[in-house]
Ligand binder design. Structure first.
Ligand code: ZN
Length: 242
């Protein structure tokens, strides 16, 4: 089985993305997979799109990517997210707009028995949330592979389902057992919301999956956001990891 670094929800935060890519230079793995939301919230959409394009073996679309190019209705977005999406729509280059438009919503790594989706395997384009263990349990019926990687909620966790249907919730890491199946939320690179402001990334290697965190220069990102005129609520939350 190949080993993978899996990341999600960069949200145009170049400093966080750089920190993760630098940390990954010290790790061994075969390929980088990206689960969507290149843009939205942060001040560096074009730079993040360029880097992810260059570094990822697979890139998916997220709801903010779709919103920024007018593919999804933003009337359900909160006013801060909406303001950031409007700013992003103006800032994106034509090339990156076209690039985001062509990204898939899901991907399957057949040889490694892995499924990738931004939000949930149930109606990927509806951008549902996996908010609790019951939600996760329902999701196991919506994909057939052994491991499903997701992002979207910016809250990292690992849910394990045994062949008898027993569910276990893990944070940080979990062993991959032969008969069990897994849903892994890799958390967010650019806007963590689990109370830990450090950028998150996951590594699937051998018989284990691990979610790691790396600090980045939040103040630099915050200054760029301020200069861009992005909402102060979005600027402040980076330091809180909320
Ligand atoms: Zn997101």
């Amino acid at each position: 089985m190949n080993s993978y670094a899996v990341i999600s929800d960069v949200h145009a935060n170049l400093e966080a993305l750089h920190a993760v890519l630098e940390a990954l230079e010290r790790e061994s793995y075969d390929a980088l997979l990206f689960l969507g939301d290149t843009v939205g919230y942060g001040p560096s959409p074009n730079e993040c799109a360029a880097l992810l394009k260059e570094q990822s073996k697979i890139m998916l679309a997220g709801n903010h990517d779709w919103a920024a190019i007018g593919l999804t209705d933003i009337s359900f977005f909160n006013p801060y997210a909406k303001a950031a999406i409007e700013w992003t729509g103006e800032a994106l280059s034509d090339d990156n707009r076209a690039f985001l438009q062509n990204l898939p919503l899901t991907a399957t790594l057949t040889g490694d028995n892995i499924y990738l989706v931004h939000a949930t395997p149930i109606e990927p384009q509806q951008w549902h949330y996996v908010s609790n263990v019951d939600d996760a349990e329902d999701c196991f019926y919506a994909f057939k592979e052994k491991i499903c990687f997701i992002g979207h909620s910016h809250m990292p966790f690992i849910v394990e389902r045994s062949s008898k249907g027993a569910i276990a919730l893990h944070y940080g890491s979990a062993g991959i057992k032969e008969d069990n199946r897994y849903i892994v939320n890799v958390g967010s690179v650019g806007q963590p919301r689990d109370g830990n402001p450090r950028a998150a990334y996951a590594l699937l290697r051998g018989n284990a999956v691990e979610i790691k965190r790396v600090p980045y220069d939040i103040v630099v990102t915050q200054k760029k956001m301020k200069k861009a005129g992005l909402p102060s609520y979005l600027i402040d939350r980076l330091a809180l990891g909320r």
